[in-house]
Design a protein around this ligand. Sequence first.
Ligand SMILES: Nc1ncnc2c1ncn2[C@@H]1O[C@H](COP(=O)(O)OP(=O)(O)OP(=O)(O)O)[C@@H](O)[C@H]1O
Ligand SMILES: [Mg+2]
Length: 261
Amino acid sequence: MTPAASGDRATAGGPAILEIEGLGHHFVHDGATVPVLRELSLAVRCGELVCLIGRSGCGKSTLLKIVAGFLTPTTGRCRLDGRPIGRPGPDRGVVFQEDALFPWLTVRENIGFGLAGRQWPRRQRQQEVDRILDLVGLQGYGDYLPRALSGGMKQRVALARVLIRSPRLLLMDEPFGALDAQAREEMQELLLQLVRQRRQTILFVTHDVQEAVVIADRVLVLEKDGGRIRKELAIDLDRPRDRGDVRFQACCARLRQWLRT
Ligand SMILES: Nc1ncnc2c1ncn2[C@@H]1O[C@H](COP(=O)(O)OP(=O)(O)OP(=O)(O)O)[C@@H](O)[C@H]1O
Ligand SMILES: [Mg+2]
């Protein structure tokens, strides 16, 4: 792995909460073995926002599914807080590109669904839903059905439903990929606010190099035919980050170059 290209802020400090070592995965398709990840290692520290970028088909979603516990890797070790990752659990929250809201439930009920299985008194449940509605900027929309919401608002609900469980690690797979530029920037803002307020640890997959440079502490670039992390760039720019700044653009150019080669 290439050392952090600018500054060493991300590698200093906090302990790693996610540790992946020598991870390998293959699918079997029509009787043939298709290797996707090979000998992949990475660590994410507490409170870090790490972005993962790479060509389409290189294995980003596969990696996230393994960390979420939806897939069992063929080889290697994957640990959260020192414990091996097995099945999905409340310590990990996942947000995908497509919103997965229940269309027949209101915003409030969708968010409350995140607490399914927890025996909380009704009042406490309601208070928690209100707090999270506030956090994601959806005060006043609690009684709406998903069909009455914009794409950005739906993604806020999807995020709220996961946040209400206070996961140790938030896994996001191109969560803003379907949003227009304005909604996307608002969601990036919201995410950064969460990192500031809750020290939320996030592993975030995106296709968008600019998005990675706006939000990430570190950007990891996967090899184009999958496999392992090929490059790593620590984004050592103050927030809020100015997209017009030469150093911002230099980071984007560097990542684009790595993606091309
Ligand atoms: N269930 C499956 N069965 C067989 N092959 C699969 C399966 N899921 C993924 N693959 C293959 O694994 C490879 C990696 O897929 P993955 O979805 O992880 O890529 P990705 O990096 O997330 O791509 P994108 O940027 O387009 O979302 C692809 O070649 C894909 O065809
Ligand atoms: Mg994907």
